[in-house]
Design a binder for this molecule. Structure first.
Ligand SMILES: [Zn+2]
Ligand SMILES: [Zn+2]
Length: 241
């Protein structure tokens, strides 16, 4: 009955607190540690928690923070030697850019504090695709992106508007047209991709029609493989190269 190992998003939140805390004050009764424990319990990532009571409890959170000492060059005391590979990787990714770490952590925190939204994000599978790829801005924000671009009301509106304007719905990146290829089966079929970069995504992001791009399923997959950096225009120029 072991709880799932720590996800990158969880490590980001822990590391952000680690850099903000006095290392001599890291104990399981510290209010900031307790607050982080509560936050991790709301985070829409692990829905399977074999040991619900112990799941990210203050003891475990405190241990996690103290584990960072093992590879923190600025820590002079004796460090724990019991850390995970991902802990070290995330530490190395952010040790010289704690500002970016704090920005990402705050965004994850903000999304997770909206309980209604967090509950909806639980239902979005982080990686439904056949292969795993890393989202630098965090899985919670990626889930929010997916959730926003599945808003059926605005997607319908977007498709209707574009169909009225053009009389067809071609992919904005490769021009593929489902109706042309599949006949009536593909009539008015196309997917929607949210253009807002993940680094600017937040729980208050409201989707306008201009935020959405119409793309075919292949191009949508490709965009998501580099969802942190690739724009629809960027993909279009890859295709025309
Ligand atoms: Zn396409
Ligand atoms: Zn998308």
């Amino acid at each position: 009955m072991k709880n799932p190992t720590w996800h990158r998003d969880e490590i980001i939140l822990a590391l952000d607190l680690y850099f903000r805390m006095d290392s001599s004050k890291m104990t399981s009764s510290h209010p900031d540690i307790i607050e982080l424990s509560e936050l991790l319990n709301r985070l829409p990532i692990h829905d399977v928690r074999p040991d619900e009571v112990k799941f990210r409890n203050p003891n475990g959170v405190n241990l996690k923070l103290n584990n960072f000492k093992a590879f923190d060059p600025s820590y002079t005391g004796a460090g724990m030697q019991n850390y995970g590979r991902l802990d070290k990787k995330v530490f190395e990714e952010f040790e010289s850019d704690t500002k970016r770490l704090h920005k990402i952590a705050n965004r994850i925190r903000e999304v997770s504090s909206d309980l209604d939204l967090a509950n909806k994000l639980y239902l979005i599978r982080e990686i439904e695709d056949e292969e795993k790829f890393e989202v630098k801005e965090g899985a919670v924000i990626y889930k929010l992106h997916k959730y926003r671009e599945r808003n059926t009301k605005i997607i319908k509106k977007k498709k209707e508007t574009e169909f009225q304007r053009m009389g067809k719905l071609p992919c904005e990146a490769c021009m593929f047209d489902f109706y042309q290829k599949y006949g009536s089966l593909g009539y008015k079929y196309i997917e929607c991709h949210h253009r807002t970069p993940l680094s600017e995504f937040s729980s208050t992001t409201r989707t306008s029609l201009d935020d959405l791009a119409l793309v075919c399923s292949n191009c949508h997959r490709m965009l998501h493989r580099k969802v942190d950096e690739l724009s629809v225009e960027g993909l279009r120029s890859i295709l025309s190269a």
